[in-house]
Structure formats: C-alpha cells, structure tokens
Design a protein around this ligand. Structure first.
Ligand code: BV8
Ligand code: ZN
Length: 252
C-alpha cells in the first residue's frame, strides 16, 4: 500500500493479463544518464538535436556526430541500472505476459535482467556501416569519456563510415519492433508509461493506442502528465520510488 497510489492502480499492474511497459529517458535518469528535455540538464539543453541526431548532421560532420555518440557510449559504461530497471525486470519474471518497449538507446534494461526489449530508437551499442548497414561491433571505449570530435571507423566491408546504431530524426523506426509495439499496445489490459515526455513520434502514440483499446494507462513521471481517458492515471514522482511500489515493493 502507498498513500499516493490507489489500490485499483496497484491491482491493474499486479493482476495484468498482459502488461505493456513503455519507457523513456526518465527511467534511466536516476542511473545518471542524461535525459533529453530536462530544461537545464537535458542533452538537448546543451546540444542541438538537429545538429547531432540526424543523418544530414552525420554526413556534414561525421567526426562531430560520431564523437558525441562515443562520449555517450563511454558514459554508459560508468552507470548502473537503478531500482526501477530492476523492478521492471522483476515484473517481467512474475507476471504472465509483459511486453517491454523502450525509446532509450542504453542497455540498462538488459543489464537489469530484462529480456526481449523492443528498442524503438535503436541502441548506442550496435554501430553499423552508414552505407551498407553491416554491423560493426566495437570494443568498450577506453579512458575517461570526453566530448570531442572523433573520426568514425571505416566499414571493413565497403569502406563506408560507421554510424551509431540509433534511429535519427527523420529516419524510419525499425519496422518489426514498431509493429510489435503497436500490436502489444492494442491488445494489453494495462500499459505502464515510465519517464517519457511523450513528444517524439510515432513512439508517443503508444499510450494513447492502449487507452483507445480499453487498457488502463498509468504514467510515472515527476511532472504531472495530462490524463484524458477514464482509466488513465498520472503518478507523480521518480521512477526509482514508484515503480518498485507498483511491482509489489519487491527489491532485489
Ligand atoms: C519518423 C535516438 C518517419 C537518437 C531519438 C511534428 C509532429 C510529429 C512528429 C514530427 C513532427 N516533426 C517531425 C516529426 C517526426 C520526429 C519527431 O517526433 N519530432 C519531434 C521532436 C516533434 N520523429 C522522427 O523523426 C522519428 N522518425 O518519424 O520517421 C519519417 C521518416 C522520414 C521523414 C519524416 C518522418 C524518429 C524519432 C527518433 C529520434 N531518435 N533517439 C539519440 O538518442 O540521439 S529520440 C530521443 O528523444 C529518445 O530516444 C526519446 O525518444 C526522445 C526523448 O524522449 P524521452 O525519452 O521522453 O525523454 P525526454 O528527455 O524528452 O523526457 C524525459 C522525461 O522523463 C520527462 O518527462 C521527465 O519529466 C521525466 N523524468 C525525469 N526524471 C525522471 C523522470 N521520470 C521518471 N523518473 C525520473 N527520475
Ligand atoms: Zn559498409
């Protein structure tokens, strides 16, 4: 029991036949991974996404864009999954059916023990050739993370530039992951949306799809999330506090 979480919300999660968990940068915030839009600390406060998170930017200045992603990849090695990631992995283990969809490009869900994670925006850990798309596995970056221009490696097969394995603005989302995410949103009985500003499309459509299909939708965010449907709730607070409670207070 928790004073701010109605029992009906607890029951909707813990008795879900099919629970969809949909995460954004906020679920990794307490691990120390910067979000995008938090006013002062977000990545976009410091860097212009149009200058860095697009294919045009990469073609214009591969070293600047590659260096920025390598800096983010190096930072990832210095952080750990937090209690929210672990509570999500626990829910996956104890509930009959859970579909985990993330907008995040980090591997913290996997490192917390989650499986079958649907990455709608790719991963920092799956670089590939910009020209022929051949995967280009990389060793973990050495040394302290530094934000600087770095020439991307060349593809061993065609000599093209290696690019980050993320989905840039203006690029299509991975078809299979998106189709699976939409199908789950339309067939689940409960969707738990954690740490997303809901601004980036088409991922932002997912909670509304679930509501329209009759699911209970629960938002976890320190900011209030506007709720528009009868069975939609906004639980105001950090993921690290609220998600373990929704997972039955289990901490492992
Ligand atoms: C596409 C990888 C088809 C890269 C990312 C106008 C209307 C609608 C759409 C568009 C439009 N104009 C352009 C578009 C399309 C565009 C888009 O949506 N733009 C937005 C900005 C308007 N979308 C695209 O381009 C997508 N592709 O549409 O393809 C197409 C094809 C060709 C031509 C046209 C269209 C591709 C989008 C994917 C972009 N890639 N990431 C990288 O990482 O560098 S997006 C990136 O930003 C993340 O992946 C994530 O999805 C998004 C950030 O969102 P959040 O995760 O929500 O993070 P944010 O910082 O915003 O919020 C954090 C939240 O956490 C906050 O609410 C905060 O309060 C909360 N929080 C903080 N602390 C905590 C917390 N919550 C809980 N606990 C805490 N402790
Ligand atoms: Zn290539």
């Amino acid at each position: 029991m928790h004073p701010d979480i109605p029992q009906s919300v607890m029951d909707a999660v813990q008795q879900a036949r099919h629970l969809v968990i949909f995460t954004g940068a906020g679920v990794s915030a307490e691990s120390g991974v910067q979000t995008f839009r938090d006013a002062l600390t977000g990545l976009w406060a410091e860097f212009d996404p149009a200058q860095l998170a697009t294919a045009d930017a990469f073609m214009r200045d591969p070293a600047q864009v590659w260096g920025w992603y390598e800096w983010r990849r190096a930072l990832l090695l210095k952080v750990q999954p937090n209690v929210a990631h672990r509570a999500i992995a626990r829910l996956q283990r104890v509930l009959p059916k859970v579909t985990l969809i993330t907008q995040n490009v980090d591997d913290l869900h996997e490192r917390a023990g989650s499986s079958a994670v649907l990455h709608l925006h790719g991963s920092l850990l799956a670089p590939r050739c910009f020209d022929c798309a051949r995967p280009h596995p990389l060793a973990p970056p050495a040394g302290e993370p530094v934000q600087q221009a770095v020439q991307p490696p060349r593809c061993s097969s065609c000599g093209g530039h290696v690019r980050p394995g993320v989905v840039w603005f203006g690029e299509e989302l991975p078809e299979r992951a998106l189709a699976a995410a939409f199908a789950a949103a339309q067939s689940c009985d409960c969707l738990l949306s954690i740490g997303t500003s809901g601004l980036v499309h088409p991922a932002a459509l997912i909670p509304t799809m679930a509501s329209r299909a009759g699911a209970t939708v629960i938002h976890v965010n320190p900011d209030p999330v506007p709720v528009r449907h009868a069975a939609e709730y906004s639980l105001q607070g950090p993921a690290g506090l609220i998600v373990p409670l929704l997972a039955g207070g289990w901490l492992d």
